[in-house]
Design a protein around this ligand. Structure first.
Ligand code: HEC
Length: 239
């Protein structure tokens, strides 16, 4: 929810592991965290800020000016360096220690028997044809409703390109920490992970899943939850 209680039209993605995505936003309209970072600051429904005002306010903090002069000797505090600082901070928000990471590094006990079965299903059913790579997603666009069309208002990437082939095309989201990032989908319309799994199977793979299959897939997805970085009271990330 943004300024004045205004709501954007899409579900806010987590910033954890955002740097691993090939593009930013559900429709991929930003090519980097830098390009993304100034968006919410200026967006009328989010923070509705104007840079003259922001820089004027920040410049009243002598410590902050000193930090910026140390970090950016040539430029000091300015729009470009504020955006760079935010993007650099975001790029540090990685959660690489999920049980699945440990498993991939050779600890075969890091996943339960059910989670291993879930991994097999994830691969055999074809989830991993879209959700793949370091972030288990975040490296391609796909049509939502590929096998069975799904009614939705959002035109997806079509809004960016105007190309009919991009209708209802979205960035495949990363599934890291998906246990913690409800509600799901670009419109945040689904609260339950199990239901999201069923929707995926139906609309992306044309499959109706049994309860066992959903149980196993859910168990595997929970293996993508990493211990979260501890945020210090000062707002910094602990080393
Ligand atoms: C053809 C590509 C494709 C396949 C196959 C696919 N997905 Fe997805 N998945 C997507 C796309 C695209 C989205 C985003 C949809 C949207 O909200 O617009 C998504 C979203 C999700 C989400 C919601 C994530 C979030 O943060 O909102 C989950 C969970 C998920 N998929 C799990 C699965 C599972 C489990 C399977 C296998 C049963 C699967 N997916 C198969 C493309 C795919």
């Amino acid at each position: 929810v943004g300024i004045g209680g205004r709501k954007g039209s899409r579900n806010s993605p987590t910033v954890f592991n955002a740097v691993l995505s090939f593009r930013q936003f559900w429709d991929g309209r930003a090519g980097s965290l830098h390009q993304q970072a100034s968006g919410p600051i200026e967006n009328g429904d989010e923070m509705s800020g104007d840079w003259a005002n922001i820089l004027f306010t920040l410049a009243t903090d002598a410590d902050l000016i000193a930090h910026f002069e140390r970090a950016y000797p040539l430029r000091g505090l300015g729009k470009m360096t504020v955006v760079d600082a935010i993007a650099t901070f975001e790029a540090s928000l990685l959660t690489p220690d999920a049980p699945f990471d440990k498993f991939l590094l050779g600890d075969t006990t890091a996943l339960s028997v059910q989670q291993k079965r879930g991994l097999d299903r994830f691969v055999d059913l074809g989830c991993s044809s879209c959700h793949q790579g370091r972030a288990v997603g975040g490296n391609m666009y796909q049509t939502f409703g590929l096998m069975v069309p799904r009614p939705m208002d959002d035109l997806g990437r079509f809004d960016v390109t105007g190309d009919k082939a991009d209708l209802h095309m979205f960035k495949v989201p990363s599934l890291r920490n998906v246990e913690l990032t409800a509600p799901y989908l670009h419109d945040g319309s689904v609260a339950s992970l199990r239901r999201t799994i069923r929707i995926m199977a139906r609309h992306q793979l044309g499959r109706q899943l049994s309860t066992d299959e959903v149980d196993d897939l859910e168990a595997f997805l929970l293996a993508l939850t990493a211990p979260q970085p501890k945020l210090l009271a000062s707002g910094g990330v602990s080393p």
